[in-house]
Design a protein around this ligand. Structure first.
Ligand code: AP5
Ligand code: MG
Ligand code: ZN
Length: 215
């Protein structure tokens, strides 16, 4: 199964993708995570992407589509893919069709996380992740069970993203509205879009997505 999680910054794409990985043995393909890893490693892609990401603008289509192709090739042909934060432009949607067709994969669902934009700034500015395993948390909505210790790996170091400040979030939202939301009709025409209320509790959102995957 291959699915896209679509939604603005802070909608819960990464949160839900991590849960599907654990519950269904699927693989999360987050271009944001791949780019952050490239920035950290100081690769040529990372050097190009760093300032663009800090401004909240989109990295070039060619770069992210190449990353997605490489990741798909590195995973088992039978492992399902959850596309998180990709595609984000019409050109990327077109590339994804080609990338999947070349590998004999089919896109089953596009799940749109429907959220209230006013809530997104609070979600994003309160977000932090485990430095060891990448598990995501939130100051208010999802704290570790034992304060200061990761539920998943026991790590005690956490980090915050440099682009998780109010000003950059506004640019990221504007980019989403201008370039990403307009790709939905491509998938609506194919009859594969499902809309989920992303304002519900995290567990309820997961259950709603699981119902769609079973349908
Ligand atoms: P990316 O990393 O993809 O960031 P994004 O799209 O802005 O999305 P986020 O990761 O901020 O949000 P999310 O939906 O994953 O939310 P989360 O689950 O963490 O991209 C970053 C940058 O990289 C881009 O700006 C761009 O520069 C570049 N880039 C990446 N992909 C690209 C591409 N394809 N093309 C070009 N450039 C690209 O949730 C947020 C918080 O809310 C968490 O703390 C969570 O605990 C909490 N939360 C989640 N769900 C709920 C809920 N239901 N109720 C309460 N709290 C919740
Ligand atoms: Mg994310
Ligand atoms: Zn951890």
């Amino acid at each position: 199964m291959n699915i896209i999680l679509l939604g603005p910054p802070g909608a819960g794409k990464g949160t839900q993708a991590q849960r599907l990985v654990e519950g269904h043995g699927m693989r999360q393909l987050s271009t944001g995570d791949m780019l952050r890893a490239a920035v950290k490693a100081g690769t040529p892609v990372g050097l190009q992407a760093k300032a663009v990401m800090e401004r909240g603008e989109l990295v070039s289509d060619g770069i992210v589509s190449a990353l997605i192709g490489e990741e798909l090739d590195a995973m088992g042909a039978d492992t399902g893919a959850i596309f998180d934060g990709y595609p984000r432009t019409a050109a990327q949607a077109e590339s994804l069709d080609a990338i999947l067709a070349e590998r004999g994969r089919k896109l089953e669902h596009v799940i749109e996380l429907d959220v209230d934009e006013d809530a997104l700034v609070e979600r994003i500015t309160g977000r932090f992740t485990c430095a060891g395993c990448g598990k995501g948390y939130h100051d208010k909505f999802e704290q570790p069970r034992l304060a200061g210790t990761c539920d998943k790996c026991g790590g005690t170091e956490f980090k915050r993203r440099p682009d998780d400040n109010e000003e950059t979030v506004r640019t990221r939202l504007a980019e989403y509205r201008a370039k990403t939301a307009p790709i939905l009709p491509i998938y609506e025409e194919r009859g594969i879009v499902s809309r989920v209320n992303g304002m519900a509790d995290i567990d309820d959102v997961t259950r709603a997505i699981e119902r769609i995957l079973r349908s």
